[in-house]
Ligand binder design. Structure first.
Ligand code: TXA
Ligand code: MG
Length: 320
């Protein structure tokens, strides 16, 4: 649940609307904004609690990694490493309905939760004047999944977003009807070659023309199936949930060595989850058990428990 804004402000696409929306985003609030594909549920990608709020209002049962939006190709390439064919696609198709997945460069200050524990980051440069103006006004990368609650279709107008999200987010920036109306094409890389992670606004034919080869499906279904993404994060230590006696990771009244949230705030706990799991996993030795205090199975707690359950499940093969 958490303290959610009850009034969703409607911002028009002029300078005042951009400024109002950007102030809310800089303050860690969630504001839906237009892109040429669909409306996105925007939050400051450098603010873990803002990213946690995105998952909360979307009502996702688990943490899927999010697409991070920036204003220019240069800013995108500053965030992720791309192989030569990736750079070609970036130069030719950005801004546009294309998302590229590459290894995150270190020290970028992005919240861990954006990647949901993956070593890679999905980045997009949207081709919409209002999205561009907003990104420049905010001056920070914006994480944004499509602005629909989990299980509903992606909204392509501001009114559609109001209908779906009113009372749950701080604002909606109106940029008219989305021209593409279909999410971006997501391209990742295997052995420097493009792989198609999600078909979308850019066709595979267009991509093939630019890089000589049509992107193949990925060799494993891991990145496509949200439920399996978790297997990317396999901590070295064994994870034990619902530990009430002096656990490694505390929550609320149960202190632990470090606490996901001393106040028992699920938004804060979600923001801390991946960073603290990694930190404690590094500190623990092989054979140690990473014990975690009980997390209530409600709101964001569901997604936190989902992730912990996957981490707690017995390893299949090697950890990677
Ligand atoms: O057109 C779009 O892409 C819209 C607008 C708002 O930009 N956004 C969008 O976001 O569709 P979302 O959250 O609905 O879809 C993001 C997809 C997910 O299916 C996720 O699995 C994939 O991107 N994704 C994100 N990061 C990834 C990563 N590091 N590796 C593989 N897939 C990733
Ligand atoms: Mg979506």
């Amino acid at each position: 649940m958490g303290e959610q804004p009850t009034i969703t402000q409607a911002f028009s696409s002029g300078p005042e609307g951009i400024s109002g929306a950007s102030q809310l985003l800089r303050a860690g609030e969630i504001v839906a904004f237009p892109t040429e594909t669909v409306y996105g549920l925007g939050g400051d990608a450098t603010n873990g609690e803002a990213v946690a709020k995105i998952f909360d209002v979307k009502g996702r049962p688990s943490f899927n990694p999010l697409i991070v939006h920036v204003a220019s190709v240069d800013k995108a390439e500053a965030l992720i490493e791309l192989p030569p064919k990736g750079r070609t696609l970036a130069q030719m198709l950005w801004p546009g309905p294309l998302t590229l997945v590459g290894r995150l460069r270190p020290g970028k200050g992005l919240a861990d939760l954006v990647r949901a524990g993956l070593p890679t980051l999905a980045v997009r440069v949207p081709d919409h004047p209002v999205a561009q103006a907003l990104l420049r006004a905010v001056g920070r990368p914006l994480a944004a999944p499509s602005a629909n609650p989990s299980g509903k279709v992606s909204p392509t107008t501001a009114q559609h977003v109001h209908d779906l999200m009113s009372g749950r987010i701080a604002g909606v920036l109106d940029g008219g009807a989305a021209a593409v109306g279909l999410e971006s094409t997501i391209i990742g890389f295997e052995n420097l070659e493009p792989v198609l992670l999600r078909p979308g606004g850019v066709t595979v034919e267009e991509i093939a023309k630019l890089v000589d080869t049509a992107p193949n499906p990925p060799s494993s279904a891991v990145v496509n199936a949200p439920g399996q993404l978790q297997s990317h994060y396999a901590p070295v230590a064994e994870v034990e949930m619902n530990a009430t006696e002096d656990p490694v990771l505390g929550f609320g009244a149960i202190e632990g060595q470090v606490s996901l949230s001393p106040d028992g705030d699920l938004t804060e706990a979600a923001a801390n989850l991946f960073g603290m799991l990694r930190l404690m996993d590094e500190a623990l030795k092989d054979g140690d058990v990473l014990t975690v205090a009980p997390i209530p199975e409600e709101g964001l707690g569901r997604a936190i428990n989902d992730r912990l359950r996957r981490a707690a499940a017995p390893r299949q093969t090697s950890t990677k």
